[in-house]
Design a protein around this ligand. Structure first.
Ligand code: C2E
Ligand code: MG
Ligand code: MG
Length: 572
């Protein structure tokens, strides 16, 4: 009952705008019959009324529809749109025109009364209910436009202000700020402390924004600053640095007698002249903030259209890949791995290819981000494993080892070992030791303990493990010792330079020694010529894989290749 409170708190302030002295006097008389304390001002023209409205706050304005040459509707419109006032406004008129009434209500009148029928109780009732209605409307408006906790602008108001800037082609910067380590504060000290931190940050930020800027809170710990008349990164830098240091300043939690400190990740998008809408600009700032967060805490990043294009392409690629699995667009090619001395086939490495509907035949380096992706990469990885085992069963070649490349994210994904076990159970005709997982040396470095556990569990299932591209990562010997490996694959870069580069030759010699010491199988990748093959044999690396021996080939070409390889080396 806001109106009652208002009645008690102060006299109702009322402005009567009417160009007719007699009508004004009539209204005044009607109002004087009420018990309510009403403080009445009178204006006889639009200009006159503006002076009153500029200088004072009124609970209610009564406007005559006919104001000399101008219409009361014009004044009503000015009050609502230019002055942005939400006070009660009652239109009174001599004529009962329904169209005028409808127009008045549309422009934001609280009520519409006919002069001829007007009597004191009806007028007083209209005033009180209009004030009540106006207060409710203001409350609803505030709820939609302001954040309850901090009193900052809401997303709605922010977007309105931003859209305004876009439409006017003004320059501005949108800084999207997300606190980095806020959740632990809620968890450790409770939500009241969390709220206190948010309010403190909000108050600090209020201090540094200028009058025309907008400061909004649009999510739990997400704030947005809309900075007007800023058109370059340089203009933002000083401001953003101050902002960061304000956010970083420790906050005292009196109840717990301690201080907490938060940092923020900030993404900034400039409103440029390319007529984007407010939603898009805010989304750009939001996405840039995410990139900043991914770089680690306390970072500021500016939106980069090139990066957006890249991310868009990546998303498109990921979607295409997921569709591609269902549409059988992927296929495996197989590259023979041989004993270079006895010219016997030991195994094949499965290498994925993608028959992309528009981009053509793709090699894995052209879609590596798909293979390494935490969800799509796993989908494809599972398909590769399944397809490799299926193909192995079709060939029925005794003791043929099939090697499958496993992306780090796939290997370390939850449930990898369980799924592998399931897969092997579904292929009972294949001895698990004929499946070799090629793991990159670098995999493990990010999460050594996890990697060691997974590799050990895979070994328990009986499968073999090869360390791929060996020599390019930084596996330490102590780490190698922990891994139950079967095979090292010397990276092709060393092999290719073997004949020309003394250092690379020394590295290969070292790896040969290492494999002997640890009792690993050793295979060289990228054997491109007879000379390479011979040099490797001379050094003591007897197994090889490379274009000189065979390129990766489709599954149905393997039998033919074996025959020609044996023929070539006089094996019958
Ligand atoms: P990788 O596992 O080291 O595979 C060897 C790559 O070297 C293959 O390229 C192969 O075609 C190529 N290669 C073989 N012999 C020679 C040679 O004599 N000279 C030269 N210059 N290259 C040779 P590819 O098939 O384009 O695969 C590239 C990489 O993509 C692979 O490197 C592997 O890391 C990854 N990859 C391939 N298939 C899969 C897969 O099914 N899943 C995952 N996660 N990754 C895969
Ligand atoms: Mg490999
Ligand atoms: Mg390799």
């Amino acid at each position: 009952m806001e109106v009652l409170e208002a009645e008690v708190a102060h006299a109702l302030k009322l402005l009567i705008v009417d160009d007719d002295d007699v009508d004004r006097e009539r209204l005044r008389r009607m109002l004087s019959k009420s018990d309510i304390d009403i403080d009445i001002s009178e204006a006889s023209s639009v200009e006159d009324s503006m002076t009153f409205l500029d200088n004072d706050d009124y609970d209610c304005v009564i406007i005559d529809y006919r104001l000399g040459l101008s219409s009361g509707l014009t004044l009503l419109n000015t009050i609502r749109t230019v002055m942005e006032s939400s006070c009660a406004v009652i239109m009174v008129t001599g004529l009962g025109d329904e169209e005028v009434a409808a127009e008045a209500m549309r422009l934001g009148a609280s009520d519409y009364l006919l002069k001829s029928q007007l009597q004191s109780p009806q007028l007083i009732h209209a005033i009180i209910s209009s004030i009540h209605k106006a207060e409710l409307e203001k409350k609803l408006h505030d709820m939609a436009h302001y954040d309850n906790l901090t009193g900052l602008a809401s997303r709605t108001l922010l977007l309105q202000n931003l859209q305004h800037i876009v439409v006017n082609r003004d320059s501005a910067a949108v800084a999207f700020l997300d606190l980095d380590n806020f959740k632990p504060i809620n968890d450790n000290y409770g939500h009241d402390s969390g709220d206190y931190v948010l309010v403190t940050i909000a108050n600090r930020l209020k201090q540094i924004i200028r009058k025309n800027d907008t400061l909004a809170r649009i999510g739990g710990d997400e704030f947005v600053l809309l900075l007007q008349d800023v058109s370059s990164q340089e203009e933002c830098d000083g401001f953003l640095n101050r902002l960061i240091s304000l956010v970083n300043t420790p906050i005292e939690l009196a109840e717990f007698e301690c201080q907490v400190q938060v940092s923020a990740s900030i993404g900034v998008a400039l409103v440029s002249n390319d007529s984007l809408d407010a939603d898009t600009i805010l989304r750009r700032a939001d996405q840039t903030m995410y990139q900043a967060k991914n770089m680690g805490n306390n970072n500021i990043l500016f939106f980069d259209p090139e990066e957006e294009r890249r991310q868009y392409q990546q998303r498109a690629m990921l979607q295409a890949a997921e569709r591609g699995i269902a549409r059988h667009e992927f296929e495996l090619h197989f590259q023979p791995q041989v004993d270079m001395v006895h010219h016997t086939l030991l195994g094949v490495e499965a290498l994925i290819r993608w028959n992309h509907p528009t981009m053509g035949f793709l090699h894995p380096c052209e879609f590596s981000e798909v293979l390494e992706h935490p969800t799509t990469g796993i989908l494809i990885g599972e398909w590769v494993l399944q397809e490799a085992l299926r193909q192995h069963a079709i060939w029925q070649i005794n003791d043929l080892v099939i090697s499958v490349n496993i992306a780090p994210a796939h290997l370390l994904s939850k449930g990898f070992v369980k799924r592998l076990e399931q897969l092997l159970q579904n292929s009972p005709n294949i001895n698990p030791k004929l499946l070799e997982l090629e793991v990159l040396e670098t995999v493990s470095l990010s999460d050594i303990r996890n990697a060691v556990d997974v590799v050990k569990a895979c070994c328990k299932l009986g499968v073999q493990i090869a360390l791929d591209d060996f020599g390019t990562g930084y596996a330490s010997l102590s780490y190698l010792k922990q891994l139950p490996l079967n095979t090292l694959k010397i990276d092709q870069s060393f092999v290719q330079n073997l004949l020309s580069n003394q250092e690379d030759r020394s590295i290969v010699v070292c790896i040969v020694e290492l494999s002997k010491a640890f009792n690993y199988n050793l295979i060289a990748e990228g054997v491109e010529s007879r000379e390479h093959e011979q040099a490797l044999i001379d050094i003591g690396c007897l197994r090889g894989q490379g274009y000189y021996i065979a390129k990766p080939i489709p599954a149905d070409k393997l039998t033919t290749w074996i025959q020609s390889y044996q023929l070539q080396h006089h094996i019958h």
